[in-house]
Design a protein around this ligand. Structure first.
Ligand code: ADP
Ligand code: MG
Length: 318
């Protein structure tokens, strides 16, 4: 896939094989540096090689990708939350920052009752027996957290994968979560989608390779224990490539960046960010020095198939 042209040395298009993106990609840069435009150009190219799903945090991609299908999840096409006990507990642990006691109650309730909706889950937690004082406290804290999710929006449904029936070859699927105001709900939406794709793909329900673009990925990955670092290494063998777009590489951290084999570095200003990226990507000093001064749409690009990092003006090439 051509992703743009180099701006040093002899002019030429810069190509990256689509398969490199199955080993994950990170697109970093300050606000306005060109990340979203770059991600949309890459997504457009990738849709020739597999299914593309974009978790659209700000609702920007519909304008950038004219042939895409834009879905605003609602009660009819909900965001799937995988219903396996471990899946659902780990998603909620991550998003709601549950204590061990709260996780324990959640796990017991899901094992015993197998709820199909978040409303059912809340009902079952309410009936959970409170024989000890710690249970009462943890149960009420858990209810407070989960009932916010249920009362505000009816956009999540357990084990309902209807959304993925909208996947079409050569047609990126944009899941617009911009209208969800609550940041906890947005994080839940993004993580649930990721996990759902993993579940569906592992059951061979999607034949194609799948590329997932996650905007504002620093908001999705928490600083502590996280699903995403584990998923990055696990989904690769399923033929799923993740593209993390972020202005805050330090929030993602070294381990996550190291798990992304394609690196697109737009202009960064923070010294910590530049240092981390330079170290993780192994940038030579002369390239590290240009990172703060890169123009809009220009990036240092590295990928396993390139001989060395290239300075690229990203643009759509037919
Ligand atoms: N490769 C590019 N070529 C031309 N214009 C670009 C390019 N990348 C970004 N821009 C322009 O710069 C502005 C910011 O781009 P955007 O992709 O939204 O940045 P970010 O996502 O980093 O905030 C937009 O007006 C966009 O059209
Ligand atoms: Mg952006």
């Amino acid at each position: 896939m051509a992703i743009g042209e180099n701006i040093s040395g002899i002019p030429k298009y810069v190509y990256i094989p689509a398969s490199d993106f199955l080993r994950h990609c990170i697109v970093v840069g300050t606000t306005g540096s060109g990340k979203t435009t770059t991600a949309s150009i890459i997504a457009s190219q990738l849709s020739d090689y597999g299914a593309v799903i974009i978790v659209d945090w700000y609702g920007e991609y519909g304008k950038l990708l004219s042939n895409a299908e834009v879905v605003v999840p609602n009660g009819y096409i909900p965001i799937p939350v995988p219903g396996g006990v471990d899946d659902i507990v780990s998603i909620f642990e991550e998003v709601l920052e549950l204590s061990p006691a709260q996780s324990y109650i959640l796990q017991r309730v899901i094992e015993a009752y197998k709820p199909r909706t978040l409303a059912e889950l809340v009902d079952y937690i309410e009936t959970y027996p409170t024989e000890a004082k710690w249970v009462i406290e943890a149960k009420h804290a858990l209810l407070r957290r989960i009932s916010v999710l249920v009362s505000k929006e009816k956009i999540f449904s357990i084990d309902n994968y209807r959304l993925f029936q909208l996947l079409r070859p050569k047609r990126p699927l944009i899941i617009d979560i911009s209208y969800i105001r609550n940041i906890v709900l947005k994080r839940l939406a993004a993580l649930a989608l990721l996990k759902a794709i993993e579940v569906v793909k592992s059951h061979d329900k999607i034949e194609d390779r799948v590329f997932i673009v996650i905007e504002e990925s620093h908001n999705v990955i928490s600083l502590g224990k996280s699903l995403i670092p584990r998923m990055l290494s696990e989904v690769r063998k399923l033929g799923v490539g993740i593209m993390l777009v972020t202005q805050s590489p330090t929030v993602l951290g070294h381990a996550v960046i190291m798990n992304c084999n394609v690196r697109v570095v737009h202009s960064l200003k923070s010294r910590d960010d530049i240092e981390l990226i330079s170290r993780s990507v192994g940038l030579p000093r002369e390239l590290t020095e240009v990172v703060p001064r890169l123009g809009v749409g220009v990036a240092v690009v590295d990928s396993p198939s390139l001989m060395s990092p290239e300075l690229v003006r990203v643009r759509y090439i037919k």
